[in-house]
Design a protein around this ligand. Structure first.
Ligand code: NMX
Ligand code: MLT
Length: 435
């Protein structure tokens, strides 16, 4: 039997009824007012999206179905002798709201093993991509290529898809996409950086460790890093660019592949996921220009110069968070536990003490504290993944968990096409002007 689909079949009518009740009871309540500034200013604090699988609090950070990062670390399945949560278990939690039993966890793991292989045509497509493309462009193209296998697209085209069943086809596509994306990503890495010297999957490994293995990193601690990384980046409520783009495109009934490829394109922007490559580039630049042992004063000066040049300090600031990102703290703890004497890791630690006070002096920056991207690069670098242009691909492998799980629920709830209104300057003047 299909444990996860069966569980969803039980849950969906219950949640649909709950949502109907919520609409009946609270449908006419006002959530917030929207000012002209908010409409022009990227809709900060405008709560206009319904996204049930995770929530972000500006002070305490992300919760996945109400559980924060220390809780998922404690309660989700871990590898033997490991400390980090396994993404298979997190995916079950995101989809169902429950912690999986060992049997349910193994079900997801087996399903992803079964669905994970790529056909020869896809391998040929990926290994023929021009090597000068950015790896995020390669990933987005490869996910679009996989769309040929979309169950939803096929059934919809046949005219046999009915609205109450849409979620089932989105579920099939979510499971296939998530099962395959580490292989796609590892193939891109080996094609672009290792002369196409491919490494086959090892199905005795869990999903995250297998990705690390296919990249060429076979230490236990590298496996742990991938388990941790792929869990903590999985979702960040619905308003971030990658989740929102996926949700929006999916609302037009574009399948999981078309929708997540759009999400990946947004993640590839330097103000969003690409910041993790920018952080490492920036830290290496500091060491090249200022030497191995950099003083706090020199870092302060470097930060101010970056800003004077009209650039942002990568890895710092956030549109919602107003304190240090708990995902940063989790990575800091990981580094303290497992990494000794790495100068770049030490530099990240030093920056954590030095940068926020400098950013506080620039009045306009709402959040001077580090976000998730400030730490991830030096950890990947430590275990041998030196090609920082590739870092956002690892982020994208993880974010597939949240974005695709949400689309299953978006279809289960029968959410309509997203179509907010927009306004012009003339509209604003006519509405609010004196005459
Ligand atoms: N360095 C320099 N200036 C900054 C920074 C920063 N780290 N953060 C914000 N500002 C500036 C921002 O550019 C804006 O300037 P202006 O009015 O001249 O356009 C001003 O401060 C106000 O911005 P905020 O309201 O504080 O931030 P906003 O919500 O608009 O943007 C980010 C949030 C995350 C885009 C912004 O903080 C940033 O660019 N950070 C650096 C890039 C980064 O680390 N992105 C990763 C985010 C996490 N992720 O993975 O997606
Ligand atoms: C994310 O993980 O998506 C980022 O922190 C950006 C965001 O939440 O806006």
């Amino acid at each position: 039997s299909n444990l996860l689909k069966d569980r969803l079949r039980e849950l969906i009518p219950v949640k649909q009824a709950l949502l109907r009740d919520i609409r009946k009871q609270y449908g006419q309540k006002e959530i917030c007012k929207v000012t002209v500034d908010q409409a022009i200013g990227g809709m900060r604090n405008v709560f206009g999206l319904f996204y049930d699988i995770s929530l972000l609090d500006s002070k305490t950070g992300i919760t996945f179905r109400d559980y924060n990062i220390p809780e998922i670390q404690e309660y989700l399945q871990k590898a033997k002798n490991g400390n980090e949560p396994l993404p298979e278990a997190l995916f079950w939690l995101l989809l169902t709201g429950d912690f999986p039993s060992d049997q349910e966890f193994k079900f997801v793991q087996e399903e992803w093993r079964r669905r994970g292989e790529l056909d020869q045509e896809t391998i040929k497509f990926i290994t023929s991509l021009p090597k000068q493309l950015h790896p995020m462009t390669m990933l987005s193209l490869s996910i679009l290529h996989l769309q040929k296998d979309s169950t939803f697209q096929k059934v919809y085209e046949s005219g046999k898809a009915t609205k109450p069943q849409y979620w089932e086809y989105y579920y099939e596509d979510a499971m296939d996409l998530v099962a395959k994306i580490p292989r796609v990503a590892a193939l891109i890495y080996r094609h672009k950086y290792k002369n196409g010297d491919l490494i086959s999957s090892d199905n005795s490994l869990d999903w995250a460790a297998n990705y690390s293995h296919m990249m060429g990193f076979d230490q236990f601690d590298a496996y742990e890093l991938f388990r941790m990384y792929l869990s903590i980046h999985a979702d960040h409520e619905g308003g971030n660019v990658s989740a929102h783009a996926t949700h929006l495109v999916g609302s037009a009934l574009a399948d999981q592949y078309l929708s997540y490829s759009a999400g990946i394109n947004g993640l590839a922007g330097p103000l969003h996921g690409l910041a993790n490559q920018e952080v490492l580039k920036w830290l290496i630049e500091i060491r090249e220009k200022l030497g191995d042992k950099v003083s706090n004063e020199k870092i302060q000066e470097y930060v101010l110069n970056t800003i004077r040049e009209g650039r942002v300090v990568p890895g710092y600031g956030h549109a919602v968070l107003r304190y240090t990102d708990p995902r940063y703290i989790h990575q800091k703890n990981f580094a303290e536990r497992l990494i000794k004497d790495d100068p770049l890791v030490e530099l990240v630690k030093q920056c954590y003490h030095v940068i926020p006070p400098v950013l506080k002096t620039i009045g306009k920056i709402q959040n001077p504290w580090p976000n998730v991207d400030a730490h991830s690069g030096v950890l990947l670098n430590h275990y041998g993944l030196k090609e920082f242009e590739y870092y956002t691909v690892v982020f994208a492998v993880s974010r597939a968990l949240g974005c695709t799980a949400n689309l299953v629920w978006a279809r289960a709830f029968g959410l309509p096409i997203e179509r907010p209104g927009s306004i012009t300057m003339r509209w604003i003047e006519e509405r609010f002007g004196e005459n």
